[in-house]
Write a protein that binds this ligand. Structure first.
Ligand SMILES: Nc1ncnc2c1ncn2[C@@H]1O[C@H](COP(=O)(O)OP(=O)(O)O)[C@@H](O)[C@H]1O
Ligand SMILES: Cc1cn([C@H]2C[C@H](O)[C@@H](COP(=O)(O)O)O2)c(=O)[nH]c1=O
Length: 236
């Protein structure tokens, strides 16, 4: 779903050359990356940017990963309920075809939320900007709950015009939060959830919080082992 506030036409539609990969390209677009932990206001910043672009008369469209349907299937929604209609997709490469070539031509600004879930983020961003002249605003997690790189969000930094790392408030002490702590025991990288599963924390409480979670796990594991050991030896 795209929404537009005017019939503004994209001024960047005249091919101006061929790049090193042999693609024809138009005047270059822009990439703006917003990342940080959960609850930092990434989606809020993305929606604000897309709304202001729309108010300036540019054709905008929003995309999010179809892995995350916590608040809505066809809308990007912030943790405090602000929303905007979007395309919910499994990957970015299918966007042009689903949206339609004519509609794609007319779009000026593409917003992408939950970017960590798109494996084809780099290729999409590079083509949309260098070749098609779009402005792409990307919001996503830079790191997972283990503070490891999440998806391709960090890979597009060399392509970006601007990069903004947002911070949240540590849920334990109220200081600046730069990490996301998982409160549950699941270990897989991708685990959709909100405040019941995750909390934003500062460095100190990430380290402490992790050790609390780890000790709790050890206690649980030792209970499970003891349950497997019979109280009295079996007499044969
Ligand atoms: N621990 C929390 N639990 C639920 N909501 C929170 C929490 N911390 C902040 N928020 C709310 O979430 C808003 C940010 O939401 P959002 O833009 O969706 O963040 P992000 O996309 O970075 O996860 C904040 O302005 C605040 O109102
Ligand atoms: C840290 C972490 C998060 N996720 C998931 C949890 C949420 O569904 C999204 C992040 O949403 P937000 O808009 O940034 O609040 O990502 C995950 O799958 N794995 C993780 O390690």
């Amino acid at each position: 779903m795209s929404y537009s506030t005017s019939s503004f036409k994209n001024p960047v539609s005249v091919p101006t050359g061929t790049d090193q990969r042999g693609h024809n390209h138009v005047n270059s677009g822009e990439i703006h990356v917003i990342f940080g932990p959960m609850f930092a206001g990434k989606t809020t910043a993305l929606l604000r940017r897309i709304n202001s672009e729309a108010k300036m008369g540019r054709n905008v469209v929003m995309i999010k990963s179809n892995k995350d349907t916590r608040y809505a299937v066809d809308a990007v929604v912030t943790h405090d309920g602000t929303k905007l209609p979007c395309w919910s997709l499994p990957d970015l490469s299918s966007f042009k075809q689903r949206f339609g070539s004519d509609a794609y031509e007319k779009v000026d600004v593409i917003g992408i939320d939950e970017a960590q879930f798109f494996d084809d983020l780099y290729d999409f961003c590079y083509k949309a900007t260098d070749i098609d002249g779009k402005t792409v605003v990307v919001a996503g997690l830079d790191g997972d709950y283990l503070r490891r790189k999440f998806g391709s969000v960090l890979d597009i930094i060399p392509l970006a015009d601007t990069v903004t790392k947002l911070t949240a408030r540590c849920e334990i002490c109220g200081k600046r939060a730069i990490f996301t702590l998982r409160k549950t025991e699941e270990m897989q990288k991708e685990l959709i959830g909100g405040a019941a599963m995750y909390m934003p924390v500062c460095r100190q409480h990430y380290v402490n919080g992790k050790s609390v979670v780890e000790s709790a796990k050890k206690v649980i594991e030792s209970h499970q082992v003891q349950e497997l050991i019979p109280e009295k030896p079996l007499v044969t």
